[in-house]
Design a protein around this ligand. Structure first.
Ligand code: KG4
Ligand code: ZN
Length: 340
């Protein structure tokens, strides 16, 4: 195995560690906290951070064991340093710094979105630039032009809610449990996509940004108008299908339009919303019509994981031992794109 990297990800509610060597995922361990946060209808930052603290060492050990390696065998330690929940990020960064320092290894501070974008570079998808990437998750919705994996160029992003957040909030309005994506998709499968005309945010041919405040409010009004009457199942299914369409169609349309505009031969999907069957269908249709390759990593690489952080680490400058002890986690995304 050439140059294995140990990668750690704790930016939200998954405690994850992986060993990646080039494009090969040697081990990939994810401990999800989703059930812990479900009763609250969303991720509780303090709960997430405390849980990472109790879990991260075991997850790192499992990733090394799974790869049949010890810390001494890895070339560098990589960690998600931004953006994310600050308490959650700090657990990963402090752990990675301690491990790297003790083993006299370099440290790589990775941007979480860079990770999502680089996931499709890993085997077996093995996508090479140039391509346009869509990352749509509970926290992020963005399009990047990737001419070089070191410096993805931000083309557009949400100006309010993330697509996954809009889906989760819509699902909640329809009485579905958190996280709402899979439940909403299931309900939508028996409904009509055209039963309700929900507004699509920021229309226009050249638009690459997204807005979900309007569609969310529109659904709220429809549900509120019904007062206390429980909605009949068929009507709920129609609302779910029409709402889902209003959230995912602009993602697909703008991804394909951006790729055609940039003249690149491929598009990639990432983030938890990439699991959505209707989004995949629309993107596949659009890509086929435009003659684009569509790269979608396995679902386990679309949702938060550390293998993608190990991938992005290979396109991020390393900090040599021991110069990283003062490095810090950052909650916010840098304006304009990835901080490499
Ligand atoms: O990437 P992810 O696992 O976590 C982060 O937000 O970072 O994404 C989770 C989001 C949630 O909003 C969830 O509802 C959404 O992805 N999601 C889906 C589906 N599965 C998960 N949205 C639509 N359809 C799905 N099948
Ligand atoms: Zn993510």
């Amino acid at each position: 195995m050439t140059d294995p990297i140990l990668a750690i990800e704790t930016s939200c509610d998954e405690t994850a560690a992986a060993v990646v060597a080039g494009r090969t995922i040697v081990s990939n361990v994810v401990a999800s906290q989703a059930e812990l946060h479900a009763p609250y209808g969303g991720v509780v930052p303090e709960v997430a951070a405390r849980h990472h603290l109790g879990t991260v060492n075991g997850v790192v050990d499992a990733a090394l064991d799974g790869a049949g390696l010890t810390l001494g065998d890895v070339r560098a330690v990589a960690v998600t340093a931004r953006p994310g929940l600050i308490g959650a990020l700090l657990i990963g960064v402090a752990t990675a710094k301690a491990i790297a320092y003790a083993a006299r290894k370099p440290l790589v501070m990775v941007d979480h979105l860079h990770g999502h974008i680089a996931a499709s570079w890993l085997d077996p998808v093995a996508l090479d630039p140039p391509f346009v990437s869509l990352v749509a998750s509970g926290g992020h919705t963005r399009l990047d032009l990737v001419r070089d994996l070191r410096t993805p160029e931000l083309l557009g992003q949400t100006i309010d809610d993330a697509a996954g957040e809009a889906i989760d909030k819509g699902a909640r309005l329809l009485g579905l449990p958190y996280p709402g994506g899979p439940a909403l998709e299931r309900l939508a499968s028996t409904g009509s996509r055209t039963a309700h005309e929900f507004p699509v945010g920021l229309r226009g041919a050249g638009v690459r940004d997204f807005s979900y405040a309007g569609v969310k409010t529109a659904l709220l009004y429809v549900v509120r108008e019904r007062g206390d009457d429980p909605l009949p199942e068929g009507e709920r299914a129609d609302l779910a299908a029409s709402y889902q369409e209003a959230v995912v169609r602009p993602l697909a349309d703008r991804l394909i339009a951006a790729a055609v505009d940039a003249g690149v031969p491929a598009v990639s999907l990432g983030g938890g919303v990439a699991a959505n069957g209707r989004l995949r269908e629309l993107v596949a249709e659009g890509a086929a019509a435009a003659g684009l390759r569509l790269a979608v990593p396995d679902r386990s690489l679309c949702t938060d994981n550390a293998a993608m952080i190990g991938a992005a680490a290979q396109f991020t400058d390393e900090i040599p031992w021991p110069e990283y002890l003062a490095e810090d986690a950052v909650a916010t995304a840098p304006p304009g794109g990835i901080a490499a």
